[in-house]
Design a protein around this ligand. Sequence first.
Ligand code: ZN
Length: 569
Amino acid sequence: MKFSEFPYKRPDMEALMAEVDKDREAMKNAKDYDSFLAAFKHLDELVSHVNSMEALASARHTIDTRDEFYKDEHSFFCDIMPVLENALSVIYKEVLASPYVEDLKKDVPETWFDIVDFSGKTISDRIIEDLQQENKVAAEYQALVASAQIDFDGKTWTLAGLEEKMNDKDPKVREAAHKAYWGWFAENEEAIGDIYDRLVKIRTNMARKMGYDTYTPFGYLRMNRFDYNADDVDQYRKNVLADVVPAANELYDSQKKRFGLDSLPVWYEKVEFADGNPTPKHSREEMVEAAAKMYSELSPETGEYFQFMTEHDLFDLDSKPGKAAGGYCTFFGDEKAPFIFANFNKTQHDAEVLTHEAGHGFQSYSSRDIFPSVCVWPTMESAEIDSMSMEFFTWPWMRSFFEEDTDKYYYSHLGGAVKFIPYGVLVDHFQHEVYAHPDWTHAERMACWRELEKQYLPHKDYEGVDVLERGGWWMRQLHIFMHPFYYIDYTLAQVCALQFWKRMQEKDPEAFEDYKKLCKAGGTLPFKKLVKLAGLKVPFEPGCLGDTMDAVRVWFKDHDPEELAAKAE
Ligand code: ZN
């Protein structure tokens, strides 16, 4: 069956809740463990089906946001999912108190119990109003940013649209576009500062109602951080400052040299090469074909997976009118099928969809039979290891996408990974400071950002852009507003993916075997245990990033882009 034929039907809530109740009663009155488990499994099937319908409605809604039918279906789920989750959290509390809980531990992975435990600590009637308030204010940020109309070069631009000009080949165009972009943030600084202030206060208030002094420990619970805490993250930051920041600085230095500059103005940061960044050389059809060949050569498992994806048409890759922005990978439990959504734009991003999102897809395909269904996907930081590592495992095939730009691609891909880590840690560190000082003024928050920025990104040159000089960059980082503390996840995953990259460079035959093990485990283990299962070092151990970053530095010494260009001539 192709994706377009996957059947969709809106769940009948009344009938569903009646069935949920029946399972609840059956578990309560179970005479033995077998009948308890049967009801538990049936409940999981119900939940998996609702999630599957929700994912399908949401996917079809994002493919064409103008389609009224799926728009309605999507908002139907926005309304009913919290109701269902609330009902389930009550039932799962009863499961934990059941005499069969010890038996259940033999059939159900530990993370299921963690999920239930954490949701019990974060879902409560006491904070329902705060949660609604939080959603509303966060949506204000989204709406404000989406409403931006910026006059530039005789046209009106959105913030996202203007990014094209911010990456123009001509540095004069880039400079002017950057100034226009940040000019909008300067104009709207008061409004954005006020939105964030309200969010910080709502979140702090919510945490206090739940018995915490500050938002931070409560935020960690909401992010399902099962086996690490703020102290671990503090040690990780020290590791990044010690080993990643110096390596990133070397890259910025070499970038400066390539452009003959003494410092790197902000409009040079994203441009690696004077003659333009690498681009894929083929059409979408050709790239999917190249990916099919690549995955069949990589391993039998990846070959089978990608064949499944193409056979069932589980991609929507082209940009088209009405389609939502961005890219993602989701999963339909009914068909046990991953689905990849993207907006190809003829940049290196297109090839990365077929490696990064396809990595998420491979993980969910590998773990598709895991029970309960909520354990198919791991928590965020672990899920990104699967996708970011696939970007590296597919390196040997990148020539079939980038042709003569392949060496440039390697350089900017690996360099981008290294440069991203200090930024991601900065975004996280800033939030720790903000929630530790909920009464700070906007000016104090700005000053804090700039001070931390000087530690993590000392190369920054904002000359002439006052709002950035004062510490305003964070105002563009959506996660800070919408998903507090969700950002360090990408960096934790990246330092794990780089460990796989190092093992690949060393031709370690176990590297891909360990990766497959990791994908197969899905969400059955918490982060640290998954990392260990994959034979990787946990990023919270002091000094654990040193040898990986040494390998990265050696690689960059051997792959100077100017020497490469000279060799190619
Ligand atoms: Zn991802």
